[in-house]
Write a protein that binds this ligand. Structure first.
Ligand SMILES: Cc1ncc(COP(=O)(O)O)c(C=O)c1O
Length: 481
């Protein structure tokens, strides 16, 4: 069978449909009994789905020991990404990051980590008891965001820490920016160091065409992808791809069993089966259509008053991500507000940007782009008269590598106290300070607080950024050891 024809198959979804069409009587979990029992007001919305929200019944296989339809579905995923083994995850990329780190790293190991990582990466390192060495990323001053790793920075980190046991990177970043991961993987592999990739935002890269290469194709050892972020899958549905001679597969599976629910959602798994089939059957015409639609959307957006659409360096980046800035000095949050008043909800706003995620549409699927542009034109009308104004950016300037001042074990034993921002400089941070979204920590527990960190916090507070962690920030305090 042709490669793409095979991807039309959806064994798990089909099995669930066959099972539910026989009107089975449930004396098992979940308590809604195929939707027979349910709070009335939720019934109209939930009814259809509840029929498929089942458990490990005869013939429906078991995610933790797959040998039937789930195995078949996962094998189709493996075929699509051309790796050793692929897994469905029902607890998001969060659980995939935790499991891949626990599988690859032992207590006390030095691990090289891209500094602008998701909090789940640091949490994984904490659980494993590793010693992270952070490699600071490049910083894009026009976008005011941390982008990717330079080959040079990885090269010197590998030289400085030849005993590193793993390299953990994030690719692409939230805004769709990519970098020379191919060379970075090669450098790490020359030293037998496995490369673990948080590719939460790149599950669709496998479609090829205008998309950057996936870390899977570039030879990474383990890659975790949030299928739910860019593919049509239910929230929490993710993929993990294993393709390594340097990491133990059985150890990875052990941690997936430990960390994932023992009642994995069949709805999430079925949606992963369908999402894999969706991306696996994107053809050249679909890609051409999608590219035209995105290009036209970006062109129309760019003609609206008061905003500009950002472009990637050398045009290399994710086609689905569209980042916008105000040309009238507004913050991303203020711009987001205007969008929301027009009924258009962006993925995120930060102090300077608004990020839209374009849908992975195929030929025959239309998104109301003309309507969106027309609503935005109306909403942005008031900006037409306003003068062009530059925004204030506050780029990060950290370079090279940095480490934690205390081991995770030591942090557990220490007392914490709150101090005001001025006193915090030079002290060791005791909490994760995360501007959210995008969810990339500004400070990790165990890091020395610098003047620049405090400036960044104050700048974010003034811009109206929301934080995860740092409950006392708005009162002017940081927690330190
Ligand atoms: C880079 C990155 N990694 C991991 C995650 C966590 O993914 P999930 O929501 O699938 O658990 C996110 C979520 O936003 C992310 O942006």
């Amino acid at each position: 069978m042709m490669k793409m024809e095979i991807q039309l198959k959806t064994p798990l979804y089909d099995k669930l449909i066959t099972y539910s069409s026989d009107n089975p009587i449930s004396f098992h979990v979940p308590g809604h009994k195929n939707g027979v029992i349910f709070q009335e007001k939720g019934r109209p919305i939930f009814e259809g789905l509840l029929k498929l929200d089942v458990t490990e019944l005869t013939g429906l296989d078991d995610l933790h020991s797959p040998e039937g339809v789930i195995q078949e579905s996962q094998k189709l995923l493996t075929k699509l990404y051309e790796v050793d083994t692929s897994y469905f995850l029902v607890n998001g990329t969060t659980v995939g990051n935790l499991a891949m780190i626990m599988a690859a790293v032992n207590e006390g190991d030095v691990v090289l980590v891209q500094r602008n990582c998701h909090k789940s990466v640091l949490n994984g390192l904490q659980l494993s008891g590793a010693r992270p060495v952070f490699i600071n990323p490049e910083y894009d001053v026009d976008w005011n965001v941390a982008s990717g790793l330079s080959v040079n920075s990885v090269q010197s980190a590998l030289k400085q820490y030849p005993d590193a046991r793993a390299l953990i990177v994030t690719y692409p970043n939230y805004y769709g920016m990519v970098y020379n991961l191919s060379e970075i993987i090669e450098l790490a592999h020359q030293k037998n160091i496995p490369v673990l990739v948080d590719e939460a935002h790149g599950a669709h890269f496998i479609a090829g065409g205008p998309f950057p290469s996936s870390a899977v194709t570039l030879g990474a050892d383990i890659v975790v992808q949030s299928a739910h972020k860019t593919l049509p899958a239910l929230t929490m549905g993710s993929f993990l791809h294993f393709n390594s001679k340097l990491v133990s597969k059985s150890r990875l599976e052990k941690y997936l069993h430990i960390l994932q629910s023992s009642s994995p959602s069949y709805l999430i798994m079925a949606s992963l089966d369908l999402a894999r089939s969706y991306v696996g059957t994107l053809n050249d015409l679909d890609i051409e259509y999608l590219t035209e639609q995105v290009t036209e959307f970006r062109r129309c957006l760019g003609n609206l008053p008061g905003i500009k659409v950002l472009s990637y360096e050398n045009d290399e980046g994710d086609l689905l991500k569209v980042t916008i800035q105000s040309t009238r000095g507004m913050s991303g949050f203020e711009l987001q507000d205007i969008f929301e008043k027009a009924g258009i909800y962006a993925e995120l706003a930060d102090p300077v940007n608004v990020l839209l995620i374009f849908p992975l549409i195929k030929v025959g699927i239309s998104y109301p782009l003309v309507e969106i542009i027309s609503r935005l034109r109306q909403a942005l009308l008031s900006l037409e008269e306003q003068e062009e104004k530059q925004k204030e950016f506050l780029p990060l300037t950290k370079e090279g590598t940095s480490t934690l001042e205390l081991s995770f074990g030591e942090m557990e034993k220490r007392e914490m106290k709150k101090v005001d921002f001025d006193q915090a400089v030079g002290k060791i941070c005791a909490e994760m300070i995360i501007p959210y979204p995008p969810g990339i920590p500004l400070l990790f527990p165990g890091e020395m607080i610098s003047e620049e960190d405090v400036k960044q916090i104050v700048w974010h507070l003034n811009k109206g950024t929301r934080f995860q962690g740092g409950e006392l920030l708005r009162e002017g305090y940081l927690r330190v050891f």
